[in-house]
Design a protein around this ligand. Structure first.
Ligand code: CA
Ligand code: CA
Length: 324
């Protein structure tokens, strides 16, 4: 391990003699403000200080190449190449998992600049360059890549491949830096300025659809919300009967329609919110829908007819024919 100053001059160097198992040296690293964390693709996370003293280590549920510290959960996002990313706590338990893009080498976590927890990934190794950083959102609900990426190899050597990745606020005080190592000749450290994205929540969505209908029949409801930043939005719809739908993200201000069937007669309040890709949620909009009767048969009227057979003999006959 080599510690360099800001000009690239060597300050300190040590060998992690405490590495067991795995293969080769330490790969990507993570930092929690006190200690470093990393592994040599062993199923183990090593915790050590800046001088190379091993503090502790613990078993991970998978081999560890990429690693990032998740401040919200005091846990670590780990993976090896294209294996699923797993958030692992300090006892080795998996908290969340998301699918990984192929050829992942390094990762870094932040929420300050993206406005929502985000995992930055440095990918592109298996066939040599190009390599890129890409950003993942919705980390605790299955993960979502919104196509946010930057081609790192375009800024350096086209055949450069991915290495470790980190984020720091200390390189340029007041600004974030996304830093990494690109594997090329010579091995090169880079830093990109992270700009805090100002964000406004979407406006309350409109809800368009029928005011009443029959239980058991499907009705179309249309939702539309505008995000002032033109971020994509998704709709979280509580149908008032215990069922909640969350749509995929779509363009701001575009109609999104959902089919809904209430199974029982009653009056229901639909509550809709729009959420932008930064995680900001709009005010709620509600709409009341009345399902006065079941679709099948109006029972009380039939019962009344049965009690008064002489009043409507013809109707009675028809009903009998129908088997009612
Ligand atoms: Ca890292
Ligand atoms: Ca927004």
């Amino acid at each position: 391990m080599s510690k360099l100053d800001r000009n690239g001059s060597l300050v300190n160097q040590w060998t992690p003699t405490w590495l067991t198992g795995g293969s080769g040296g330490l790969r990507d690293l993570a930092y929690d403000g006190e200690y470093f964390y990393g592994s040599n693709t062993d199923t183990k996370i090593y915790c050590f200080d800046v001088d190379g003293n091993l503090i502790t280590s613990w078993s991970a549920p998978a081999a560890v190449r990429s690693i990032a510290y998740d401040e919200d959960n005091d846990a670590f996002w780990i993976n090896n190449w294209e294996e699923d990313l797993q958030l692992v706590d300090r006892s080795g338990s998996m908290l969340y998992t998301i699918s990984s893009p192929p050829s992942l080498y390094g990762s870094a976590w932040e929420k300050e600049y993206s406005g929502t927890p985000a995992l930055w990934l440095f990918t592109g190794t298996s066939t040599g360059g190009p390599c890129q950083v890409e950003k993942y959102f919705d980390l605790y609900t299955g993960g979502n890549n919104l196509g946010k990426q930057h081609q790192v190899s375009d800024d350096f050597e086209p055949t450069g491949i991915a290495g470790g990745l980190f984020i720091t606020n200390e390189w340029s005080p007041g600004n974030g830096t996304l830093g990494g190592i690109i594997q090329m000749t010579p091995t090169t450290l880079f830093g990109y300025e992270l700009i805090k994205e100002e964000n406004t929540p979407p406006d309350a969505p409109t809800i368009t659809g029928p005011d009443n209908g029959d239980a058991g029949t499907a009705y179309l409801f249309t939702f539309n919300a505008v995000d002032p930043d033109n971020n994509d939005v998704r709709y979280i719809v509580d149908w008032g009967d215990g069922e909640i739908d969350t749509t995929d993200y779509s363009q701001s201000g575009v109609d999104i329609s959902l089919l809904k069937t209430w199974t029982k007669a009653g009056t229901y309040t639909i509550t809709a919110k729009a959420q932008d890709t930064k995680g900001e949620i709009s005010p709620e909009t509600t709409k009341t829908v009345t399902m006065p009767r079941d679709k099948a048969i109006n029972r009380p009227f039939l019962n009344w007819l049965h009690c008064h057979p002489n009043l409507f003999p013809l109707l009675q006959k028809i009903l009998m024919r129908l088997g009612l």
